[in-house]
Design a protein around this ligand. Structure first.
Ligand SMILES: Nc1ncnc2c1ncn2[C@@H]1O[C@H](COP(=O)(O)OP(=O)(O)O)[C@@H](O)[C@H]1O
Ligand SMILES: O=C(O)[C@@H](O)C(=O)COP(=O)(O)O
Length: 421
């Protein structure tokens, strides 16, 4: 292993694993820190998927340190801390506390923080994060059920989460290329420990940042920050591969779509699937709490829906989410939905379903944990940031497309199946 990554949620991990595979590294994703005896085999990059984005900061730090120690013990020369391209965090973190702890663990005097992912319209300019044409704080992320993002100034957001001084490497420097960026890192290091938000508005910026970051023990960011890292290992003659596969030989069995994301893109995908005639059932946290929406009612619907994929979704607009949260509390509303999808997924697998498309990071985490999936091989890219994956080391393997809430074209639920054999 050359490169190790700690990702704060499952879809984020898959997004990063796809980026590394696409850029030529043999990449495996593991769910949680594996036991010391787990053999990563020929993997050149290993991404550990945690579910640490919204848990208390102290727990996120402990889980992240455990993962980083495992990765280093298995050969990782550089560690990436992957978080969301929309910098999703709670008031307490967890980006700042985890980055700070990893800096200490790895002896990193300087690290970078860059969530830019231009292929999915996330850009950083003068330290401000844009989602498409909107500042983060004006984007639908302001209404996220678990991590509402109401400030686009990343220097300010990150500084509120850490005692390490936060600085900025501005686009003017980035545009001058790797040498200028490296000089900016060195200048910051001379001033003492620093976290640096780095501007990036296009892939070439990220490739230059990646080249400049070759010597940093710790890199933090979205999956975009990894775009230039495999090239460092290729230049050093350490890797040879190229590209993710075009199709996945998936196990025979029935398909299903489970959507627990309330993000704008997922809601458009739900609407497009319903418009196209996909059988669809809406579930709702209040009805789950009352015992009207149950695993039994959902399974009966899916089984009756026929051979093609059926859709079960909790996705709802912000006002409805707010109503459910007022009655149940933010965490409990989310947990009710996650537990329902987890129970449904395990029953479906027992009934021969093998192709699962899951929308939402927390939702995917709940489903994959319930299915007991320990590791994933990375398959074809469906849309930027979302590959098909295949569970590894399973007696009954399943194909999983774990879709980040805000990723994917509107017809994602319809077209994803065409990448499977
Ligand atoms: N109708 C709803 N009301 C309240 N919370 C919901 C509703 N539907 C889903 N949720 C919860 O919202 C959270 C969405 O997070 P996640 O699955 O990570 O999606 P995303 O990828 O869009 O962030 C989950 O905890 C999910 O259970
Ligand atoms: O970086 C991203 O935007 C994604 O990889 C990601 O982390 C998404 O998380 P969810 O929106 O919770 O799926």
């Amino acid at each position: 292993m050359l490169l190790g990554a700690v990702a704060d949620d499952l879809t984020g991990a898959t997004d990063l694993a796809l980026m590394l595979a696409r850029e030529g590294m043999k990449t495996v994703q593991v769910v949680g820190t594996p036991p010391a005896t787990f053999d990563p085999g020929e993997a050149e990059a290993v991404v550990v998927a945690l579910k640490s984005r919204t848990i208390p900061a102290g727990e996120a730090v402990a889980l992240s340190l455990e993962a980083a120690r495992w990765l280093r013990a298995h050969g990782a020369r550089q560690i990436i801390f992957k978080y969301c391209s929309t910098f999703d965090s709670t008031a307490e973190g967890n980006i700042g506390p985890v980055a700070e702890a990893l800096m200490g663990e790895l002896g990193a005097a300087v690290t970078i923080a860059c969530p830019a992912f231009p292929a999915n319209k996330r850009t950083v300019y003068r330290g401000h994060l844009f989602v498409g044409d909107l500042l983060l704080s004006d984007s639908p992320m302001k209404d996220h059920p678990l991590t509402p993002m109401r400030d686009a100034n990343l220097v300010r957001v990150l500084q509120a989460q850490t005692s390490v001084p936060v600085g900025l490497v501005a686009r003017e420097t980035v545009a001058k290329g790797p040498d200028a960026i490296r000089a900016a890192f060195a200048a910051a290091e001379a001033e003492g420990p620093r976290m640096l938000i780095v501007d990036a508005i296009e892939d070439d910026d990220l490739r230059a940042i990646g080249e400049a970051a070759a010597g940093l023990p710790l890199i933090t960011g979205g999956s975009g920050i990894a775009i230039g890292l495999p090239a460092n290992f290729r230049r050093a003659g350490l890797i040879e591969g190229s590209g993710a596969p075009a199709r996945l030989a998936a196990p025979a069995g029935r398909p299903v779509v489970l959507a627990g994301s309330c993000s704008a893109a997922t809601r458009r995908q739900v609407a497009a699937a319903i418009d196209a005639g996909m059988p669809a059932l809406k579930v709702d946290p209040l009805a789950i709490a009352e015992g009207t929406d149950t695993a039994g009612t959902v399974l009966a619907f899916i089984e009756a829906a026929g051979e093609g994929p059926a859709l079960v979704y909790a996705s709802d607009e912000p006002a409805a989410v707010a109503r459910a949260q007022e009655k149940l509390g933010r965490e409990r509303a989310g947990e009710l939905v996650e537990h329902l999808f987890a129970a449904v997924a395990t029953s479906l697998r027992d009934r021969g379903y093998t192709r699962f498309l899951v929308a939402g990071g927390e939702t995917s985490g709940a489903v994959v944990q319930a299915l007991g999936v320990a590791a994933l091989a990375i398959g074809p890219e469906i849309d930027p940031g979302v590959p098909w994956t295949l569970s590894l080391g399973d007696a009954k393997p399943v194909a999983l497309a774990l879709k980040s809430g805000n990723f994917g074209a509107d017809d994602f639920f319809l077209k994803a199946w065409s990448f499977l054999e």
